[in-house]
Design a protein around this ligand. Sequence first.
Ligand SMILES: NC(=O)c1ccc[n+]([C@@H]2O[C@H](COP(=O)([O-])OP(=O)(O)OC[C@H]3O[C@@H](n4cnc5c(N)ncnc54)[C@H](OP(=O)(O)O)[C@@H]3O)[C@@H](O)[C@H]2O)c1
Length: 325
Amino acid sequence: MKKTIPLQKRGIPASRLVLGCMGFGGGWNRNPVTADDLKQAHAAVETALAAGITMFDHADIYAYGKAEQVFGQVLRERPGLREQMVLQSKCGIRFDEGTGRPARYDFSAEHILSSVDGILSRLGVESLDILLLHRPDPLMEPEEVADAFSKLKQAGKVKGFGVSNMSPAQIRFLQSHLDAPLLVNQLELNLAKLDWLEAGVLVNQQEGAEVSFPEGTIEFCWMEQIQIQAWSPLAKGVFTGREPENQPESVRLTAALVREMAERKGTAPEAIVLAWLMRHPAGIQPVLGTIRPERIQASAEALQVSLSREEWYSLYVSSRGRKMP
Ligand SMILES: NC(=O)c1ccc[n+]([C@@H]2O[C@H](COP(=O)([O-])OP(=O)(O)OC[C@H]3O[C@@H](n4cnc5c(N)ncnc54)[C@H](OP(=O)(O)O)[C@@H]3O)[C@@H](O)[C@H]2O)c1
């Protein structure tokens, strides 16, 4: 049975997989966007759409704004495309901007509002479907965020809001000042970084003291119908073909198991690693970081893969490198 994910339950036509756009625009440098960057962006968007991936994840900072800029160029050259997409971006991280001020987080209303204007202008669209606050800002004043959100909503610039890298306590605190539910929490979740599972499995165990993931985050988001999105879902390729330099034995063994399972199921290793995340009953939405057409296609095969409980556990146990407690 196909599971409906929280965003879909709220009537947002989100695809099961999201294409993350951090790699668009030629990388983290201040060079202008090139014709090759544009060609690569067209190919990635086209491959994603053909594979049924219609949701795209941006941030104002990606490639110093060039990721949104090149994506906007694609949209301008292909009118009608925007209507087929769910567009998400993020704000709240600032670099030093060459002014001698430190790189910092900024949830001030002034920054949120001006950041969204920048996002819309680079993407060349009238509105964003979802805006996320990128990383928790210790100086956040929730009333100010609420004010910025309602101005953006009233102006038709943003339809819905969410967060990234936040704990249940942080979400509850912010939510208590908002009049609409937060829709998304984007977190680093993958088969290499297992703390999101270990936090639940190691309750009442000494080993659990070393886990760095706020206990109950998954359950809280699931209960509140907050879409959990996984950033770095491919774990940067360590299980799917990237040379395992200086990786622990468990990574090598898990990569071999992923390969063997992919062969047995007649699919790509990427599909196994993503299907493993999607097998979790909370309905996790992986945000892919590749812009290579062949890897996007291989990833999209995850939509056809189902893993048994035993297969899911064999990958988990292999990656954790020891038996379940
Ligand atoms: N909210 C946050 O704080 C946050 C933080 C980071 C990222 N994100 C979002 O999450 C998305 C995904 O993040 P991510 O890029 O870290 O995720 P990822 O999908 O785990 O990793 C993709 C990266 O790994 C490389 N890779 C994958 N398989 C490979 C292989 N077999 N061999 C060599 N390289 C391989 C890709 O290179 P190729 O491009 O060559 O395939 C790409 O650079 C981003 O685009 C962004 O939208 C959010």
